[in-house]
Design a protein around this ligand. Structure first.
Ligand code: ATP
Ligand code: MG
Length: 575
């Protein structure tokens, strides 16, 4: 078969443009359908239920649906599958639109809601009853479950299965009119109680739910199930390829059954692909809601969250998400993708976009004894070595600077090449300095270093060609701006949360580290809200909305070391 599904995720060449032609089994189907004239143009949809925020798993579905529409000259709808008023909220409807747009996609005029089709769906339910293919059942939810049978045992008919058509029509209308309480009656399709596919054992089409709906208010007190609403909504919108995740594979016969038995004017087809799972996190809306509601995180946009809003706040660019999704491909085998792959894509994009700046996370003061007291040198520094158009800036240098506490060791082991007594190192863009003295407090802790500098090394090179083994970042004390840095680790402490006990017990208590007294070069204070920054040697950072004029706050999006690239290089036998 053409377009044989790939089961192993493949990493595309990061230099491959985002527009490179994509190949997978779904695109092969679309290509063939268009070539064979099955459809004139392709229409897809992304159908979130507005009962939570979108996560990176949804991004896979969003990219697939919107990109296929774009690649084949069709269109993609955004449809809210709002059939369960007890869990759905207007806040989610707005957040989902914001997130899809931010990911770079546009549904044009095609923003739809399943609730817009409630009247049509009701009529179609009546149509099925009148055709003898649906009935009102008085069994309770528990009884229905018992009657349904198991994988090995056929189901049993409900005693109401053969109630007269007219009676079912009347009861169904009275269900709508509000004559019955929640759970008292349901409408079921009359398919096959002995089917090997449990989904076909007279599935429920409508249930009574006396709850206000975010859009239709109290107009309805009966609501269609996902199964009854989804395919028909696809048909109403003339969707051609209805793409969903594998757990719906067993629902496809039912999807087709409704379309075969209703006077619909379009004939969509459902295709299933594997959901995205990511290591060290969870992509289940139920669990994400729990994390938010129980206060395990600060909210839906907490940068620890795998939500689109969380990733955005952490500083992940939308291109990186699209690049990541492209790199994992689309297949039919479920798998867990290594989060290192996402981080790799993030670094690839940020490396090109981020302005380089210097900040010291855990400051240690250094006095340069032979540097004049009231002198400030303005030293030129490149803003982005990957992008000449980003230009240069001047960084002030003076007699007192901060360096990173970790960059000094009084008694260094063999492989430590940074600052220690008597050792010469380079200060980035500035000078060579040599440590001459270590000042300690009463507790014996190092509180200050004294150094000398070599004025001939301005810019960071010695005219006599002598070498140093380390280059440190630094910030001038007199010019330093305080900033807060928020450092993130995985939300869960194991790659497969919940595999070995309750999932919430695997939450990583150290997923957020707040570093309060960082010191940054002055240019940092002018960072626009959406400008990614690389603090040299520390990682990629993004301003957080919690920033104030006095204290800018930066989220570390990702560190600089690329575990994924290193593993790939090793795997390829580079050594
Ligand atoms: P629920 O837990 O409520 O079923 P869901 O995660 O399936 O939630 P929906 O709002 O129903 O969320 O999903 C919208 C679309 O996104 C569906 O087509 C679904 O198949 C797809 N989707 C959801 N999660 C993933 C995932 N992890 N990977 C790929 N697609 C996904
Ligand atoms: Mg779902």
């Amino acid at each position: 078969m053409a377009g044989h599904p790939r089961s192993e995720p493949r990493l595309t060449d990061p230099t491959e443009p985002e527009t490179a032609e994509k190949h997978d089994f779904i695109r092969e189907i679309v290509r063939r359908d268009l070539a064979d004239g099955v459809y004139k143009s392709v229409v897809t949809r992304f159908p979130p239920e507005p009962n939570g925020y979108l996560h990176i798993g949804h991004a896979k579905s969003i990219c697939l649906n919107f990109q296929i529409a774009a690649e084949f000259g069709g269109r993609c709808h955004l449809r809210f599958d709002d059939t369960n008023p007890t869990k759905e909220e207007e806040e989610y409807i707005e957040a989902i639109q914001r997130d899809v747009r931010w990911l770079g996609f546009d549904w044009g005029d095609h923003l739809h809601l399943t609730s817009d089709y409630f009247e049509q769906l009701f009529d179609w339910a009546i149509h099925l009853i009148e055709a003898g293919k649906a009935y009102v059942d008085d069994l309770s939810a528990d009884e229905i479950r018992t009657y349904r049978g198991t994988l090995t045992e056929p189901g049993r008919d409900s005693p109401y299965r053969d109630r007269p058509v007219a009676e079912s029509v009347d009861l169904f209308r009275r269900m709508r009119a509000g004559e019955f309480g929640d759970g008292e009656k349901v409408l079921r399709a009359k398919v096959d109680m002995a089917s090997g596919n449990i989904n076909l054992r007279d599935p429920v089409l409508y249930r009574v739910i006396h709850a206000a709906h975010p859009r239709t208010g109290s107009t309805w007190c009966i609501y269609p199930t996902y199964d009854f609403a989804h395919g028909q909504s696809d048909a109403i919108e003339s969707i051609t390829h209805s793409l969903c995740t594998l757990e719906f594979e067993d629902h496809r016969p039912l999807y087709d059954w409704f379309l075969d038995n209703l006077p619909v004017t379009a004939r969509p087809r459902q295709y299933e692909f594997a959901r995205l799972n990511l290591s060290y996190t969870v992509l289940s809306k139920r669990l994400l809601i729990q994390l938010v509601q129980e206060g395990h995180v600060e909210g839906w946009d907490d940068p620890r969250m795998p939500t689109i809003a969380g990733l955005r706040r952490r500083g992940v660019p939308p291109e990186a998400i699209r690049q990541f999704i492209a790199s994992i491909g689309v297949a039919k085998a479920n798998s867990v993708v290594d989060v290192a792959m996402l981080n790799h894509a993030i670094r690839e994009v940020l490396n090109k976009k981020a302005l380089r700046r210097m900040a010291v996370m855990r400051p240690l003061k250094v006095v340069i004894e032979n540097f004049p007291e009231d002198q400030t040198d303005m030293l030129e520094a490149v803003n982005n070595p990957e992008d000449a158009s980003a230009g240069v800036r001047e960084v002030p240098f003076s007699r007192e600077i901060y360096v990173e506490r970790d960059d000094f060791m009084e008694h260094p082991p063999k492989k430590f090449f940074r600052l220690s007594p008597g050792r010469e190192v380079r200060l980035r863009y500035a000078y060579f300095i040599t440590c001459t003295d270590v000042i300690k407090n009463e507790a014996g802790e190092v509180v200050e270093l004294h150094c000398t500098y070599d004025p001939a090394t301005r810019g960071g090179n010695a005219p006599d060609g002598r070498k140093v083994k380390a280059t440190l970042h630094w910030v001038s004390v007199a010019h330093a701006k305080p900033v807060e840095a928020r450092l993130y680790d995985h939300l869960f402490s194991r790659p497969d949360p919940g595999a070995d006990g309750p999932v919430l017990e695997d939450i990583n208590p150290d997923a957020l580290e707040v570093v309060r007294d960082c010191q940054a070069e002055p240019a940092v204070a002018e960072t626009p809200a959406d400008q990614p920054i690389q603090f040299e040697r520390l990682g990629y950072f993004m301003p957080d909305p919690d920033s104030t004029t006095d204290l800018p706050v930066f989220n570390r999006t990702v560190g600089l070391r690329d575990g994924w690239a290193r593993a790939q290089a090793k795997g390829k036998g580079a050594g």
